[in-house]
Design a protein around this ligand. Structure first.
Ligand SMILES: Nc1ncnc2c1ncn2[C@@H]1O[C@H](COP(=O)(O)OP(=O)(O)O)[C@@H](O)[C@H]1O
Ligand SMILES: [Mg+2]
Length: 263
């Protein structure tokens, strides 16, 4: 599948335009816009409470924005629910990865989208296992067996399963909310490699929230820094550096300190 084109122009897989969101008195997002194409990764950085997860929850259909538009492949959509967003190919890996440890890997890959032996309602375990093997193989995830209980896998392998689940056949937009947060360096590198392979197939547009600047710069095409619900720094990855990103955050910290000491 190549990028959708109208009049020979590549259309962004996802455009977020002027999104605003409040939780009562708390302004979580002010006026946020971004766009992503297939085969591209946009990195979202920012302090705790900056609004990163709120933005991902809006794109994933979990929250409705107070203002703004979401445009998928050039068409404005009003997302009604997570299921609705999924039906449009928008899939999310959340911070807490929501796998069921007692189920074998292949069942987690098909969680809530189980294959059945139509017209009967029975689960088609054999087909799910076979399909799971094919999918994991395709994106280069190696685990002992798709029949292994998910709880027996390492943290990195479990995260790989969560990512693999989110890039099913119909996936067009992949949202990753801190996929590397609970990982050690080696596992983080493995997940980063997986995300890179998914990117390079150029079928999905990826938005990734992360904390580690070096990791973000390694994989992202664009980096956006969210501060208090607004994008305050917006760079092509090759036009910025760990040092510049650090500088902005140190400055933010300094201002917060001053605000505290002023009382
Ligand atoms: N369900 C909620 N109810 C009230 N306030 C919330 C809720 N979720 C998030 N917030 C607030 O909105 C702001 C943005 O939060 P969030 O999007 O989770 O930020 P991040 O993911 O960047 O840490 C924070 O001030 C947070 O406390
Ligand atoms: Mg968050």
């Amino acid at each position: 599948m190549s990028a959708v084109e109208h009049d020979g122009r590549v259309v962004d897989a996802l455009r977020v335009e002027h999104i605003a969101k409040r939780y009562g008195p708390v302004r979580a997002l002010g006026d946020v816009s971004l766009s992503v194409r297939r085969g591209e990764v946009v990195g979202l950085l920012g302090d705790n409470g900056a609004g990163k997860s709120t933005l991902v929850k809006i794109i994933s259909g979990f929250l409705k924005p107070d203002a703004g538009r979401i445009v998928i492949d050039g068409e404005q959509v009003a997302l009604q629910s997570v299921v609705h967003a999924q039906s449009l190919g928008i899939n999310t890996v959340y911070q807490d990865l929501a796998l069921i440890d007692s189920l074998p890997v292949y069942r987690n890959l098909f969680l809530n989208r189980e294959l059945r032996r139509r017209p009967l309602p029975w689960l088609d375990d054999r087909r799910m296992a076979r399909e799971a093997e094919r999918r994991l193989d395709e994106i280069g995830v190696s685990i002992p067996s798709v029949h292994t209980p998910t709880g027996q896998l390492s943290g990195g392998q479990r995260q790989a399963i969560a990512v693999a689940r989110a890039v099913g056949a119909e996936s067009r937009i992949l949202l990753l909310d801190e996929p590397l947060a609970a990982m050690g360096a080696k596992e983080g590198a493995m997940i980063l490699d997986l995300i890179r392979r998914i990117r390079d197939r150029r079928e999905v547009a990826i938005v990734m929230i992360a904390h580690n600047y070096a990791q973000v710069l390694e994989i992202c095409d664009e980096v956006k820094l969210l501060q208090n619900g607004s994008i305050t720094l917006d760079r092509r990855a090759h036009e910025t550096s760990v040092a510049e990103l650090n500088e902005v955050v140190v400055e933010e910290y300094r201002r917060a300190r001053e605000a505290i000491s002023r009382g």
